[in-house]
Design a binder for this molecule. Structure first.
Ligand code: HEC
Ligand code: HEC
Length: 476
C-alpha cells in the first residue's frame, strides 16, 4: 500500500508571484492527485495488529498527540499538524488566511482553507449513494462522506498521508525520512514501549504506527468531540437559550427561511447529538477567491468532487462544484470560511446565503459588458449544478429568504455551538458525551450506513479502550 504512493521529490518552491507560476501550479496539482489517487480504496486490513506488542489506546493517544504537535515531522522542521489545525481554534486554522503556507521552505501556499478536525469522528467513508432516511434504503441522497473537502481520503489514517507528503504542506519525501527522524527523536523510547522494541526495524511498520497513533489521537472524545457547547447543554436541559438565540435556531430550522438544517442537521436523532452536517456534497456557488495563488491562472478551477485534486470522479460533470458540507460546531471560532476561504466573517457567510440570488452583484464580479458573473468560481458549463432550493430559490430583486434581523439572530445561535460552555451549578448533571457518540453510531447502523464508528473501530482492534462511565443521556 505504501509503495503505491509515489513520493514527490522535494520540489523547490518559488515565490508565489514568480512568472513561471502557471506551469508550476499545474505541476503541483498533478503531484497532489498522484498522492491522492490510490488512497484507501484497496486498503489491506489496516487495523490488524501487525506490531510486536499490542498497543493500548491510551499509549497510542499519547504518541498521536506528540506527533500532532511535532514540527520535526515536516521537511522544513517548522510545521506540525497543529500549525494548521490549531487546538485553540477547534483544530482549525490559527489565522484568517484563506490558505496556509507550507512546503519544504514553509513558503508555498496551499489550495484550500483548513477545516476543523473536530466532530469528524463519524464521517462515513466516501460513497456516491448515501441512504440515511430513517432506515429507508430506497432514498439515495447522492454522494457523502470521506475526508477533506472532496472526500478523497477514506479515513483519518489515509488522510494523514496527504499532509505528511504534500509538497504544499509538510513536504516529507518518504516514510523512511519520517521513521528515521522518529528513531532519533525525543519519544523513540515511547514508540518502542508502545509498539515493541523492534518497531524501527521496519519502515512500513513504523509508519503504520505513526498513522495509527495520529488517528487514535483524533478519536479522543475529550479533545475532538466533547459536546460541551451551550446548545448541547440546552439539548440536555442544562441551559436556556436567550430569545435571540432561540429565534436564530428557528430561522436555522425553518424550511421557508434559512433552511440551514436541510444540510446542517440540528436536532437529536435516536438520542444522538446533531453533528450539524449530513456529510453530503452540494454546490453552493461561493465566489472565486483571488487570495489563492492558484486562482491567478484563469484556467484553474477547484471543482471539488470532480477534480482536480480528486481524480476518480473527473468524468462525473454533474458533481463539479460539489464540496462536503462542513459541521458548524465551533464555527464561530473560525476566521476564514468555505473551501476556498473566501469569507472572513460569519456575518458575510450569512449575508451570502440571503443575497446570493437576490443581489448577486454584491457577491460576484461584472464582466466587461456589465453582466454579473454569477458563480464565477465555476466554469460556465457547470453553473447549473448549483443548489436552487430555499434559501437559494430566489431571483434578482426578490426579497431574501431571511432578513437582516434574522441574520443577527442566526449569528447569536451559531455562537451557541462553541464548545466549553459551563452550565450553571443548579443545572449540572453528570453526562457522558461518549454515550451520545455511541448512540449516533447505533442510529447510523440501524439506518444501514456503513461507517467506521468509534465503537466498531475499537472492537476491530486487538485491544480495548476504556469507555468510562456510560450513563444514559437526557432526552430532548
Ligand atoms: C499546511 C497546513 C496543514 C498541515 C500542516 C496539516 N493539514 Fe490537515 N488539512 C489542511 C487542509 C488545507 C485540509 C483540507 C484539504 C482538502 O480539502 O484537500 C486538511 C484536511 C485535513 C483532514 C480532513 C478533515 C475533514 O474534515 O475531512 C484531516 C483529518 C487532517 N487534515 C489531518 C491532519 C494531520 C493529522 C496533519 C499532520 C500529519 C495535518 N492535517 C497537517 C491543512 C493542513
Ligand atoms: C444545500 C445545502 C446547504 C444549505 C441549505 C446550507 N448550507 Fe451551509 N454549507 C454547505 C456547504 C456545501 C458548505 C461548504 C461550501 C463550500 O465550501 O464551497 C457550507 C458552508 C457553510 C459555512 C462555512 C463553514 C466553514 O467551516 O467554512 C457556514 C458558516 C454555513 N455553511 C452556514 C449555513 C447557514 C447558517 C445556513 C442557512 C442559512 C446554511 N449554511 C445552509 C451546505 C449548505
Amino acid at each position: 500500500m505504501l509503495n503505491c504512493l509515489e513520493r514527490p521529490r522535494g520540489e523547490k518552491s518559488r515565490s508565489d508571484s514568480s512568472p513561471g507560476r502557471r506551469g508550476l501550479w499545474l505541476g503541483r496539482i498533478a503531484l497532489l492527485t498522484l498522492l491522492a489517487g490510490d488512497v484507501g480504496l484497496t486498503a489491506p486490513p489496516f487495523y490488524a495488529n501487525t506490531f510486536e506488542k499490542v498497543p493500548s489506546v491510551k499509549d497510542m493517544t499519547a504518541i498521536g498527540r506528540a506527533l500532532f504537535f511535532d514540527s520535526s515531522l515536516s521537511a522544513s522542521g517548522k510545521m506540525a499538524c497543529a500549525t494548521c489545525h490549531d487546538p485553540a481554534h477547534a483544530f482549525g486554522p490559527p489565522n484568517g488566511l484563506a490558505v496556509q503556507r507550507g512546503g519544504a521552505d514553509g513558503r508555498v501556499q496551499g489550495l484550500r482553507a483548513v477545516p476543523s478536525l473536530m466532530y469528524t469522528q463519524n464521517v462515513p467513508p466516501f460513497t456516491e449513494h448515501y441512504t440515511e432516511d430513517e432506515g429507508d434504503d430506497s432514498i439515495d441522497q447522492g454522494p457523502a462522506g470521506g475526508r477533506t473537502w472532496d472526500g478523497r481520503a477514506q479515513s483519518a489514517h489515509d488522510q494523514a498521508r496527504l499532509p505528511l507528503f504534500s509538497p504544499l504542506e509538510m513536504a516529507n519525501t518518504s516514510p523512511e525520512a519520517i521513521a528515521q527522524k522518529l528513531q532519533r527523536g525525543a519519544y523513540a523510547a515511547q514508540f518502542r514501549d508502545t509498539f515493541g522494541g523492534k518497531i524501527f526495524n521496519s519502515t512500513d511498520l513504523a509508519f503504520k504506527a505513526v498513522l495509527m497513533a495520529l488517528e487514535t489521537f483524533q478519536q479522543d472524545p475529550a479533545q475532538f468531540y466533547p459536546y460541551t457547547s451551550k446548545y448541547d447543554a440546552w439539548l440536555r436541559h442544562q441551559a436556556t437559550l436567550s430569545p435571540e438565540e432561540s429565534r436564530g435556531l428557528a430561522v436555522f430550522n425553518d424550511p421557508a427561511k434559512g433552511n440551514c438544517a436541510r444540510c446542517h442537521p440540528s436536532s437529536m436523532r435516536e438520542h444522538a447529538f446533531p453533528q450539524f452536517t449530513d456529510f453530503g456534497y452540494v454546490a453552493i456557488g461561493v465566489p472565486r477567491n483571488a487570495a489563492i495563488p492558484a486562482n491567478a491562472d484563469s484556467r484553474y478551477f477547484d471543482l471539488g468532487l470532480c477534480g482536480p485534486l480528486r481524480t476518480d470522479l473527473a468524468a462525473r460533470k454533474e458533481y463539479c462544484g460539489f464540496f462536503r458540507t462542513p459541521s458548524l460546531r465551533n464555527v464561530a471560532m473560525r476566521r476564514v470560511f468555505m473551501h476556498n476561504g473566501v469569507f472572513h466573517r460569519l456575518k458575510d457567510v450569512l449575508r451570502f446565503y440571503a443575497e446570493r440570488d437576490t443581489q448577486p452583484q454584491k457577491w460576484y464580479p461584472r464582466a466587461k459588458d456589465g453582466t454579473v458573473q454569477n458563480f464565477d468560481d465555476l466554469p460556465r458549463e457547470y453553473r447549473g449544478n448549483v443548489d436552487r432550493e430555499v434559501p437559494f430559490d430566489r431571483h434578482g430583486g426578490d426579497a431574501p429568504a431571511f432578513s437582516d434581523a434574522d441574520i443577527k439572530d442566526l449569528l447569536a445561535f451559531l455562537n451557541t455551538l462553541t464548545d466549553g460552555f459551563v452550565p450553571a451549578q443548579n443545572m449540572r448533571r453528570p453526562q457522558d458525551s461518549l454515550q451520545l457518540v455511541l448512540n449516533l453510531e447505533r442510529a447510523q447502523e440501524k439506518a444501514g450506513i456503513k461507517i467506521l464508528p468509534l465503537g466498531k473501530w475499537l472492537e476491530g482492534l486487538p485491544f480495548q479502550m476504556d469507555r468510562g462511565n456510560t450513563r444514559p443521556a437526557q432526552k430532548r
